[in-house]
Design a protein around this ligand. Structure first.
Ligand SMILES: *Cc1c(COP(=O)(O)O)cnc(C)c1O
Length: 383
């Protein structure tokens, strides 16, 4: 199956009991057994749920993996990955990552003796120096959030596996979505999604997922999930399945809009630096071209007159771009990483990666791009 067919059909068959074409929402906590231990493969809904299982099989196919595991949220999925580690182990990660992921490592797992090391992984030549005997997990996000740097997934996997083949490499593929990028094909062991974003796509669900080809890792993660309990409800699994059916159409349109807007912003007299991997002068453009189908629909930029006050004016005066956290929905969002998504990262750490107090982040939706341009234009003209 090709991608546009997988989103509709992979792992999805009509309901065996009624023929319902849409996967039913199995809103049940338990399943009746005929005799002790004699059941239809479902015992208790923390362990298995038929709606969830269909979603997991569909997700596995979208990422060219074997095993999909759906979680209560993206961070619940990350939490399960971190539980593969033990005290003394080190996580090597990008220094420009989702604030909540940074917080989970720094504020929760460091209490239990697992250390986080945050470096710029867009320069793969330095990678061997960053790997120590304690490194057990490499955590990647690309494009990064909110600076939109690009990390060469294939190079990171090749270099780190040559140094120590037991290192687990997990790529948080939320920003790209499986339509644009498939990390397992590039050598990663695990791919993680906040399905809250592009996969569900309509800003109405919190859900996470992990996909892998590795049977041992899949078993360990299933065990951790069942033991810790961070499962999604069947209604949320249904909504995610429904969202996925249009993933390719939504992401393609959002990427086309973003590419158009990035060009427009770049030539705007009031706009300073524009971060978008689709721009020819972006330092990661060639790698993005190699590992992504299109350049994504996230843009960040600052203003020529780079004050917090001007940024606040723009953020408060758009109409179609709603001021909100999150991304990946059909509607366009505008955000201020320093006070919103990345407030949990200390200011000096933020400044090191170029995340200034006035940086503005856009999640470009699927509206008519001319309306989006006009919306930004009137906000930029207002101050
Ligand atoms: C939103 C997000 C997460 C966290 O996902 P939740 O579903 O909100 O728990 C993790 N990584 C990235 C890149 C995200 O954008």
């Amino acid at each position: 199956m090709r991608f546009g067919t997988k989103v509709i059909h992979a792992g999805i068959t009509p309901d065996p009991t009624t023929g319902a074409i849409m996967t039913p929402i199995y809103q049940t906590s338990t399943y009746v057994q005929e005799a002790p231990g004699k059941h239809k493969g479902f015992e208790y809904a923390r362990t298995q749920n038929p709606t969830r299982q269909v979603l997991e099989n569909n997700l596995a196919a979208l990422e060219n993996g074997q095993y999909g595991i759906a979680f209560a949220s993206g961070l619940a999925a990350m939490d399960a990955v971190l539980k593969l580690l033990k005290p003394g182990d080190e996580v090597l990660s990008t220094n420009d990552l989702y604030g909540g992921s940074y917080r989970l490592i720094k504020r929760i797992y460091e209490k239990f003796g697992i250390k986080g090391k945050f470096v710029d992984l867009s320069h793969t030549g330095q990678l061997p120096d960053h790997i120590s005997d304690a490194t057990r997990l490499i955590w990647l996000e690309t494009p990064t959030n909110p600076m939109l740097s690009i990390i060469d997934i294939e190079a990171i996997c090749r270099i780190s596996k040559a140094k120590d083949k037991n290192i687990i490499i997990c790529v948080d593929n939320t920003f790209a979505s499986p339509y644009l990028q498939n990390p397992l094909d590039l050598g990663a062991d695990l791919v993680l999604h906040s399905a809250t974003k592009y996969l569900a796509g309509h800003s109405d669900v919190i859900l996470g997922a992990i996909v892998t080809r590795d049977e041992v890792l899949a078993e360990q993660l299933h065990f951790i999930q069942n033991a810790s309990g961070a499962v999604p409800g069947p209604q949320d699994c249904f909504l995610t399945l429904r969202g996925i059916k249009t993933l390719h159409l939504r992401v393609q349109r959002a990427c086309d809009n973003a590419s158009d807007l990035a060009d427009w912003l770049q030539s705007h007299p009031k706009v300073g630096h524009v971060n978008y991997p689709g721009l020819a002068q972006h330092p990661g453009h060639a790698v993005a071209q190699k590992q992504m189908r299109a350049y994504g629909a996230m843009i960040s930029f600052d203003l020529k007159n780079n004050t917090l006050e001007n940024a606040h004016y723009v953020l408060s005066n758009t109409h179609y771009f709603s001021l909100a956290e999150s991304l990946g929905g059909v509607e366009s969002l505008i955000g201020h990483p320093a006070s919103m998504t990345h407030a949990s990262i200390p200011r000096e750490e933020r400044l090191k990666v170029g995340l200034t107090d006035s940086l503005i982040r856009l999640s470009v939706g699927i509206e008519d791009v001319e309306d989006l341009k006009q919306d930004l234009e009137q906000a930029l003209q207002g101050y």
